[in-house]
Design a protein around this ligand. Structure first.
Ligand SMILES: O=C(O)c1ccccc1NCC(=O)[C@H](O)[C@H](O)COP(=O)(O)O
Length: 269
């Protein structure tokens, strides 16, 4: 049975054809952000003394529908930076997440911390597009881009000057990753067949990566206790969307979570 991911990727492939007719591959080079020097996403994640937070700008999701009505991506990006997020993830997929590439561009003008384009990338066109709209990194999902296609996208990322966070869902995905080309690995804790979240399974998979890989736990995280668990398991970063987006001031929620994490770490030292 097809998963939600299969459906989203099919839709992405259909939309891509239309987008390519509107803006050519070459056209991206004239975008203002294209010339912008990339901010170092990997360094931002690996230099946090505890667990780096990648705070996500996420208006809606297939599992939860509309998450935030009062949605101003530029303001949220500013709040996230002020709250101490190490990086920001911006969902740009429109059909399933009500995202927009323009949200990425707006965030890029507002903040100095690195930005991740979170989308369903299957073609080098989308990697160059990400750069043109202000991304410093792109998410590449191993499940949807196995073997050679994933390597091709990783090479495209290098060519266009963006870093790549490779996301896996399973042990089988991990087997298909060429780790010589990958230095940031994410595992999505959400099972896409039933949307259930399992942090422990996610951490077990992350710990199979070669030493030196920057490790990111993604999805279903909502508390300082979750982050403390990641800290104890030597995970570098956490990608958090829904929890922050449901708070009145998402940036304050980041800062509170960081303070609570520090408290939990001090208590057990
Ligand atoms: O969020 C979903 O429902 C979803 C469904 C299918 C594919 C991807 C999905 N989410 C993308 C993400 O990976 C999350 O937005 C991200 O990891 C943050 O997760 P959360 O903190 O649970 O919002």
């Amino acid at each position: 049975m097809p998963t939600i991911l299969d459906e989203i990727v099919e839709q992405t492939a259909r939309d891509l054809g239309k987008r390519k007719k509107k803006i050519s591959f070459k056209d991206f080079e004239s975008f203002e952000c294209y010339e912008q020097e990339a901010r170092d996403f990997k360094k931002a994640l690996s230099s946090s003394p505890d667990v780096a937070i990648i705070a996500e700008i996420k208006k809606a999701s297939p599992s939860k529908g509309l998450i935030r009505k009062d949605f101003n991506p530029r303001e949220i990006a500013g709040q996230y930076q002020e709250g101490g997020a190490s990086a920001i993830s911006v969902l740009t997929d429109e059909p399933a997440f009500k995202g927009k590439l323009e949200y990425l561009e707006e965030a890029s003008r507002e903040v100095s911390i690195p930005l991740l384009r979170k989308d369903f990338i299957i073609d080098p066109y989308q990697v160059k597009e990400a750069k043109a709209y202000g991304a410093d990194a792109v998410l590449l999902i191993a499940t949807v881009t196995e073997g050679q296609q994933l390597d091709e996208l990783l090479h495209a990322a290098r060519e266009f000057g963006v870093q790549a966070l490779v996301e896996c869902y399973s042990e089988n995905d991990l087997k298909n990753v060429t780790f010589e080309l990958v230095d940031i690995l994410g595992v999505n804790n959400r099972d896409l067949r039933n949307f259930e979240v399992d942090l422990h399974r996610g951490v077990e998979l992350l710990q199979q990566a070669p030493e030196g890989t920057v490790l990111v736990s993604e999805s279903g995280l909502s508390s300082a206790e979750n982050l403390k668990f990641l800290f104890d398991e030597k995970i570098d970063a956490a990608l958090i969307g829904e929890y922050f987006m449901r708070q009145p001031n998402p940036g304050k929620a980041v800062s509170n979570m960081k303070k609570q994490l520090q408290k939990l770490i001090t208590e057990t030292e």
